[in-house]
Design a protein around this ligand. Sequence first.
Ligand SMILES: [Zn+2]
Length: 230
Amino acid sequence: MKNLGTILMAAAVSSLFGASVQAAGCHTVEAGRFEYVLYECDDKVSASDVKKAETFLAETEQALGTSVAKVEYHKVALPEQIDALTGMYGVGVTIPKTGRIYSTRTFHAHELVHRVAIELGDPGRFFHEGLAVALAEEKGWSRKDVTKRAKVVLAQRRIGDFVKHFERMNQGDAYAVAGAFVSDLVAKHGVAQVAELFRHAGRSKNADGAFIATFGTTLEAATTAWAQAL
Ligand SMILES: [Zn+2]
């Protein structure tokens, strides 16, 4: 399993880089709602990637019941550049405060899910990453793949650790557990209901109250029962 993109929750970091980033791009391509800032001067965005991005964005908006006015999409060559620009090492990063996407790919479904989901609210990393894994298909990260890995991981560790301390856990394990749990929520309750959880959370980053309000049970009870049934 390779690394997936991420969502950067430390809002303070994004403002540090807000002004300097634009200047670092070599050229800009406007395509529909996407503004691509390309950091490699010979880089292009293919018409097929633009189409894929627009289609996937529209499908995700439809599924989550919200919309995005514009997508500022910074395309770099390497994860090291994303680290230098955002303080987060990864193939993709989405900054919640600005909605800005940094990615090593011109079409990155995982980051587009983050881009739409931040319009809804913030129940914390576990749910943001879980939703992105659940809705954006990646090779090796299907529902079956992540459920299998979650079962192995959760034989050793409590699921509550992943919910509460996502950043501190092995990241491959954390993405798999979150992805498997949110995929199961989507399968059982529908994606619109999962979007409601994000709305209920608002800006709180606290999923507990939002989970009860949305699903009528505590997050702890739901995650524990799910993990035991794996
Ligand atoms: Zn992510």
